[in-house]
Design a protein around this ligand. Sequence first.
Ligand SMILES: NC(=O)CC[C@H](N)C(=O)O
Length: 371
Amino acid sequence: MKRKLVLEDGTVFIGEAIGSEKAVIGEAVFNTGMTGYQEIISDPSYCGQIVTLTYPLVGNYGVNLDDFETINPSIGGLVVKESCDYPSNFRSVESLDNYLKNKDIPGIQGIDTRKLTRIIRQQGTMKAMIASIETTTEELLKKMKMTPIPQDQVSQVSTIKPYVVPGRGARIVLIDFGMKHGILREFTKRSCHVTVVPYNTTAEEILQLKPDGVMLSNGPGDPKDVPEAIEAIRELISVVPIFGICLGHQLIALASGGDTLKMSFGHRGSNHPVKDLETDRVWMTSQNHGYAVSEESLTNTDLVVSQYALNDGSVEGLKHEFHPVFSVQYHPESAPGPQDSNSLFDRFLTMIDAHKRGEYTCQNVLTSTKF
Ligand SMILES: NC(=O)CC[C@H](N)C(=O)O
């Protein structure tokens, strides 16, 4: 069955249908990873977005039971060059097309994803629609114009109730803004006692759980759309050790008086080089973000930039000057992607330990420079 992808600027791509038959409007973004489509499709940070995978063959190792980042994916739609109908892998339980159909996610294949990516890179991310070929482009453009990008994505993907994953180690409260399960896996691997709480849990409710540390997860949308979380983080910063990933990192900046801005086409892929100024090392990182912390906005805050993206010099890591609080814009849980930065979870637990013993001293020894 033929289907089309229409961009806000009027560009039309005709392709073949995959997945669900429903039409969808969302922000068109691209991910350059060569593998990891299952983790990408199930990453809640993509909530409502139409994701193009630049690698030309997708679905060749099928969909397995282990690699989901959440059980109910919230991605808007999927665009690929070629979707493989006959996957081959010992872990595979179904094809990509089947999975998309079961989860009611529409997709399109057989279009020039390289051309699409070039358009997004040149003009920035924009709205797009995947729809039936029967509907006229004029009609779809009108519909797109009238449909705003929702601002409540975090509440759509966060847990509704708190839940506990017991352990004997450090007590972590994990605020779920659309958490990738990889983050939870990293803490359970380290025997932590994790309480996952909804995005709008207050600082007081969090402190009642007597956390040794608070983890701020990744999540979809604009960080400014979750003011209740910014408020809670502001209250927690001087009280308890905090580690933020992606949306969590942006929220720490906003809670500290800094600012965030929308990037032109963002960073989405599995090989983004980041320089860590503390160790003077370059890490390859897994990324998925459309917003970034503004470096200039940090001047009058207690935050310092600890890491930079080497491709465009944007802020990738922050450290608090006085409190045990730090964050990264990328994904150290690396699902999918390289594991160079996985030790950040250990760094957090070491920080928690020192704080517990009353021995935490600020270690902002940034030995290196930006480039
Ligand atoms: N992965 C994330 O947490 C993404 C954060 C935010 N939604 C952004 O796009 O920048």
